[in-house]
Design a binder for this molecule. Structure first.
Ligand code: NAD
Length: 353
C-alpha cells in the first residue's frame, strides 16, 4: 500500500427525509440566537417556509444569491447580516446560495448551517469562488467550511430532471478525479467508489421518474460523498479543462462537466490502470469512459460542446490554454491527443478509450 495523508474536515451531517424539521434544534446546538436565511430569488418560497419553521430564531431573509458569488451581492448581504444582529447564517439552495453563505463566513466567521437542494457538493468543501470585476477568484480557508449540513431528500424532489442529471454528472466528475488525484488516499477512494455507484444508478432512474424518492435519496447521498472528495484531494485535467472552457467561452458549468468527463477519463486511462479496473467494477462495464458517455445520453444531457455554444475555432485556443497552465495530471499533457479529446467533445463523439 502507498503511504498517504488523509485530512478529515470537521462538520456535522444530518441525512434523510423530513430532516428540515430539525433545523430549530440544530440552530440551538450551535448556540446561535438568530440566523439570517439565504436563498436565490427562485427559492424565496422555500426559504419563507424556513422562516415560519424557526419563528423567533429568524433574523430575516436575504433572497438575492446569484451564480458565481458576485462580491456586490455579498456586500448587500453583509450589510443585512450586520443590521439584523444575526449570529449565524442558514443557506438553503444550490452552489450559488451556499457560495454566498461561505463568502459571509469568510468575512465574519459566522457559523453556517447549509441545506443543499442540488448535487453540486459545495457544502463539503472549504473552497469559495467569488466574482469581482468579471474575474472569478478561488480561495480556501477553514472558515469557509460550513459547521452543519442538513440533507433533506424531500427538498430535491423539485429539482428539474434535466438539471438533476447534469448536476449529478458534475458530482461524479469530482469522485472520478479524486480516485487518480496526486494526493489520493484509500479513504477518499472508498467514498468515491461508493458515490459513483450510487449516482450512476440513481441518475438514469431520476430521468425516467423525477419523483422516484429512492433514486433521489441515493443521488443526494452520492452527491454528499462526491463533495467530500472534491474538498479533500486535488483535481486535475478534467476540472482544469472545464474551468478553462467555461471561463473562455461562457459555457454552462454542469453541462460542460457532463460532456467532457468521458473524454478526460479516456485520455487519462492508460496512466491509471488500477483506477480503470476499480471503475469497471463500480460502473459494471468493460469501458468506464464509454459507460459515462452512455449515462449522459440516458439522462438527456447535451452531447457536444458545440451544442452548448463553443465555437469550433475555440478548440485550438482551449488546447493552448490547457497546456499553458501547468498542473499535475496522471498522464502528461500533449497537444495532439488533447486536441483529439477536445475535438471529440466538441463534435459529441464517443470517447476513445
Ligand atoms: P445553483 O445554486 O446556481 O442553482 C441553479 C438554480 O436552481 C437556482 O435558480 C436555484 O434556486 C434553483 N434550484 C436549486 N435547487 C432547486 C430545487 N431543489 N428545486 C428547484 N429549483 C432549485 O446551481 P448549482 O449547480 O447547485 O451551483 C452552481 C454554482 O456552485 C457554481 O457557481 C459553481 O461554481 C459553484 N460550486 C462551488 C463549489 C465549491 O466547492 N466552492 C462546488 C460546486 C459548485
Amino acid at each position: 500500500m502507498r503511504d498517504f495523508v488523509y485530512n478529515a474536515h470537521p462538520g456535522r451531517v444530518i441525512f434523510g427525509r423530513g430532516t428540515l424539521a430539525r433545523l430549530p434544534e440544530e440552530i440551538g446546538r450551535l448556540g446561535l440566537k438568530k440566523v439570517l436565511l439565504l436563498a436565490t430569488p427562485q427559492q424565496v418560497e422555500s426559504v419563507a417556509h424556513l422562516a415560519d419553521l424557526i419563528g423567533d430564531q429568524s433574523a430575516g431573509i436575504f433572497a438575492g444569491a446569484r451564480m458565481h458569488t458576485p462580491t456586490e451581492v455579498t456586500k448587500q448581504a453583509l450589510d443585512q447580516l450586520r443590521e439584523s444582529g444575526a449570529d449565524g447564517v442558514v443557506a438553503l439552495g444550490g452552489g450559488s446560495t451556499i457560495g454566498l453563505g461561505k463568502a459571509l463566513a469568510f468575512r465574519t466567521d459566522v457559523p453556517q448551517i447549509v441545506i443543499p437542494t442540488t448535487y453540486a457538493g459545495s457544502e463539503m468543501t472549504p473552497i469559495l469562488g467569488e466574482t469581482a470585476d468579471g474575474l472569478k477568484r478561488t480561495q480556501s480557508s477553514p472558515k469557509i467550511l460550513p459547521e452543519t449540513v442538513i440533507y433533506d431528500v424531500d427538498l430535491t424532489m423539485t429539482l428539474p430532471a434535466r438539471m438533476s442529471g447534469v448536476s449529478g454528472m458534475n458530482a461524479i466528475a469530482h469522485a472520478v478525479e479524486a480516485m487518480y488525484a496526486k494526493d489520493a488516499n484509500p479513504i477518499i477512494t472508498l467514498m468515491a467508489a461508493e458515490a459513483i455507484a450510487a449516482l450512476s444508478g440513481a441518475l438514469p432512474a431520476i430521468a425516467r421518474d423525477p419523483q422516484d424518492a429512492q433514486a433521489r435519496s441515493k443521488a443526494l447521498y452520492g452527491a454528499w460523498l462526491c463533495g467530500t472528495c472534491l474538498g479533500a484531494v486535488g483535481m486535475s485535467l478534467h476540472h482544469k479543462l472545464c474551468h478553462t472552457l467555461g471561463g473562455s467561452f461562457d459555457l454552462p458549468h454542469a453541462e460542460t462537466h457532463t460532456i467532457v468527463l468521458p473524454h478526460a477519463l479516456a485520455y487519462n486511462g492508460p496512466a491509471i490502470p488500477d483506477v480503470i479496473e476499480r471503475l469497471r467494477v463500480v460502473l459494471k462495464t468493460d469501458d468506464p469512459a464509454r459507460r459515462l458517455y452512455e449515462i449522459a445520453q440516458e439522462i438527456g444531457a447535451p452531447r457536444s460542446l458545440k451544442e452548448i455554444g463553443m465555437p469550433r475555432e475555440g478548440i485550438a485556443r482551449a488546447v493552448e490554454l490547457a497546456m499553458s497552465n501547468a498542473y499535475w495530471n496522471p498522464r502528461p499533457l500533449e497537444a495532439s491527443p488533447l486536441t483529439g479529446l477536445i475535438t471529440r467533445a466538441w463534435e459529441g463523439e464517443a470517447p476513445h478509450s
